[in-house]
Design a protein around this ligand. Structure first.
Ligand code: ADP
Ligand code: MG
Length: 310
């Protein structure tokens, strides 16, 4: 049975050329670029809560990093370094090799270096911390939306929730297991977007955080929301609405931007290789979201996933 230290060395110690010191000492040493702010974020993935027992380890390694990269994207930050705290019930080397494979494949794509972590025996849980860089004062915050701003959504919504609700539909499963963090898009939105968030808990709930922080409301036309293609074939309007408005785990970006930059945002969509849909507007008043049907009537309010619900 390899020791904890051998496992770390074998599966998690990789060169980290941009760090002054990576894995192997009591702390990593990192040097952010001149004029940059450090963006720091961590996400906890618990078996039975955020993923099912027996989830394929390669997909899990990828997703554990992807959800953190999505937070960097939502801040307009470039991800640079990661730390990984891992509790494992047993030193299962096949599991570790697959998990590390998924993690590093995505890390390499985005130039992220693993510079530290912690490893212990226990119920399977994964906590990734990501550190990124953003030019000082230019990060995308939740608090900058203003009445009159356009409201935008990247990619499509509802696919991950559909994969959970109808696991027999293979097409949606990729959205759930292999979310695509919108890192390039987030960086390009610096200077254009007035506020941004990533959709982890559900469109309505996550947009609600922007509205609360910004002190304004929003009006969304349901028909304009980009929806996973499978919904058109299924023809289940109630399921679609639940997944699109309240489904989590899509990791798309929801952002607001002044009307004056509408043309620039449209041009960005053409160049960034991701669809951007203008779905509504920020309005003055209470931090409330009105989702309107084609006739302009308000649909029932939908709530996202509540981590503390029973
Ligand atoms: P300490 O006792 O100081 O917490 P550890 O023995 O836990 O140190 O870890 C040794 C080194 O390995 C440290 O640099 C730590 O950051 C790194 N490390 C431990 N677990 C992981 C992991 N899962 N992924 C990446 N680095 C890790
Ligand atoms: Mg330790």
């Amino acid at each position: 049975m390899p020791s904890e230290f051998e496992l770390i060395r074998q599966y998690f110690e990789r060169p980290a050329p941009s760090a002054a010191l990576g894995v192997g000492d009591d702390a990593a040493l990192l040097r952010p670029g001149a004029g940059m702010e450090l963006a720091a974020s961590c996400d906890l993935l618990l078996e039975g809560r955020h993923f099912r027992a027996g989830t394929e380890p390669r997909a899990l390694g990828r997703k554990a990093l992807a959800v953190n990269l999505s937070d960097m994207a939502a801040m307009g930050a470039a991800p640079r370094w990661a730390l990984l705290a891992l509790a494992l019930p047993a030193a299962d080397e096949a599991w570790l090799a697959a998990f590390a494979g998924g993690f590093f494949a995505l890390a390499e794509r985005y130039g992220v270096e693993l510079v530290g972590g912690d490893t212990a025996r226990g119920a399977l849980s994964i906590c990734v911390t990501v550190l990124g860089e953003v030019p000082a004062g230019r990060a995308l915050r939740r608090s900058g939306a203003a009445p009159g701003d356009d409201l935008w959504v990247s990619g499509e919504l509802g696919g991950a929730a559909l994969a959970l609700a109808r696991p027999e539909l293979g097409a949606a499963a990729r959205r759930l297991h292999e979310p695509e963090p919108r890192v390039e898009l987030g960086a390009r939105l610096r200077g254009l977007a007035s506020a941004a968030i990533d959709v982890s808990d559900g469109f309505a709930q996550d947009l609600g955080h922007i509205l609360e922080r910004s002190g304004c409301g929003a009006r969304v036309e349901y028909a304009r929301l980009p929806k996973a293609a499978e919904f058109a074939r299924l023809g289940d309007a109630a399921l679609e609405r639940r997944c699109v408005l309240a489904g989590g785990d899509d990791y798309e970006l929801v952002f607001t931007a002044p009307q004056a930059v509408r043309g620039e945002v449209e041009a960005l969509a053409r160049h960034a290789g991701v669809a951007l849909a203008r779905v509504g507007a920020v309005v003055p008043g209470e931090p409330r979201l009105a989702v309107l049907d084609a006739a302009g009537n308000a649909l029932a309010a939908e709530r996202g996933f509540d981590h503390f619900a029973a």
